[in-house]
Design a binder for this molecule. Structure first.
Ligand SMILES: Nc1ncnc2c1ncn2[C@@H]1O[C@H](COP(=O)(O)OP(=O)(O)OP(=O)(O)O)[C@@H](O)[C@H]1O
Length: 349
């Protein structure tokens, strides 16, 4: 694999920060989520969004899609959605005869850069199965041909509030997503006030158009991402530290991790998977690069640990209904308890 030049690294980084900056101008109070989404885009990972309705998810994703270039598609999860609804839809043509058009997953072809699956847990497991396969393979056979969507990143939202008629994504499927990112209503009162009283926030389409289109070249992200991953160095000390973090997701009690309201030794059924740890390091490397470094520091792992690890932990049944709060407490306490090694890399300019 060829190494990216310093100029390439710096150029891409300034584009990445420009994207982040522009999206932060139109979606307010979400800078942490926007940074994490940027990391996922450069690490080429799919994302679960954890948030309520009307918190700006669609506007955020459309703005990001505009910035990275390529096409944006969205589908709503409903109980009667069938796998084929993603692939094609039928309608009566002007001559009164049935016609078939490509569905949201196929119609943009290789231009597809962002696919938003709203309320994925309202869709049936058959639909999840198709989606997960396409997420992993990024191609699909239909209409006697092979459709490729090599640049697609899936953002899927789970409606966490209404549980009627929902089909929760099983843990094996959640593991395919690189991160779960919370999208919360901003807590700052002045920001909240502007969301209510500043009329620009009631016009999502106009907001989205304020983001310059094609800040990144979406069809070059895969190649750059591979080079970037190879470029960032780690060290023995950092690798040993990472192994401890991994073991602690399975046996937190062995590392002296405690939790306030529960016996930490009984909470976890399964810790992070090897795939999850691989994704953790991918995301951490992107964080190092965004911070102008070419070596991994513990802070790079800390920056993404909760969002990459929490959704893949499997809790014992008695704790599953409190998973959001418990996962937050556990990941925070793992990072707090395990001694952080000091590293002596020289920071890149
Ligand atoms: N943090 C925010 N920054 C800017 N606009 C926001 C923010 N939160 C909400 N809005 C505004 O609220 C409106 C609804 O946002 P949007 O449709 O993107 O939400 P959503 O989370 O996708 O909703 P749903 O889940 O119902 O699809 C838009 O006009 C959007 O501009």
């Amino acid at each position: 694999m060829s190494h990216p030049s310093d100029i390439q690294l710096a150029d891409w980084r300034s584009h990445a920060l420009n994207l982040e900056n522009q999206v932060n101008q139109v979606i307010v109070g979400q800078s942490k989520a926007i940074r994490l989404m940027n990391i996922a885009i450069f690490a080429r990972g799919h994302v679960l969004l954890d948030g309520g309705v009307g918190v700006g998810k669609t506007t955020l994703l459309q703005s990001i899609a505009r910035g990275i270039g390529g096409a944006y598609e969205r589908i709503e999860g409903t109980v009667d959605l069938m796998p084929n609804d993603l692939i094609y839809h039928t309608f009566l043509g002007p001559d009164g005869r049935p016609q078939i058009d490509e569905g949201p997953l196929l119609r943009a072809g290789e231009q597809l850069s962002v696919f938003f699956f709203n309320e994925i847990n309202r869709a049936r497991p058959q639909v999840h199965a198709l989606m997960l396969r396409v997420m992993a393979e990024r191609h699909l056979s239909a209409f006697k041909k092979e459709y490729r969507m090599p640049h697609m990143i899936v953002f899927a939202d789970r409606n966490q509030v209404e549980k009627n008629e929902t089909f929760e994504i099983p843990s094996a499927a959640r593991d395919r997503f690189m991160m779960e990112i919370p999208i919360e209503i901003p807590s700052d009162r002045e920001l909240k006030k502007s969301l209510v009283f500043n009329t620009k926030f009631q016009h999502a389409e106009k907001l989205t158009q304020q983001v310059e289109s094609g800040i990144l070249q979406f069809d070059q992200l895969n190649a750059f991402s591979d080079q970037l991953q190879d470029h960032i160095k780690s060290s023995d000390v950092l690798e040993e530290y990472t192994m401890d973090l991994w073991d602690a997701t399975q046996h937190p009690e062995k590392f002296g991790v405690t939790m306030d309201s529960v016996d930490v030794g009984r909470v976890i059924q399964t810790g992070a998977s090897p795939r999850g740890m691989g994704m953790l390091m991918k995301a951490a490397r992107v964080n190092a690069w965004l911070n102008g470094r070419d070596s991994l520091y513990p802070e790079d792992i800390h920056a993404v640990f909760h969002e990459v690890i929490s959704h893949r932990l499997v809790f014992n049944a008695a704790y599953e209904n409190r998973r959001t709060a418990l996962a937050r407490e556990l990941t925070t306490n793992i990072i707090r308890t395990i001694a952080v090694p000091s590293l002596t890399f020289s920071k890149a300019a």
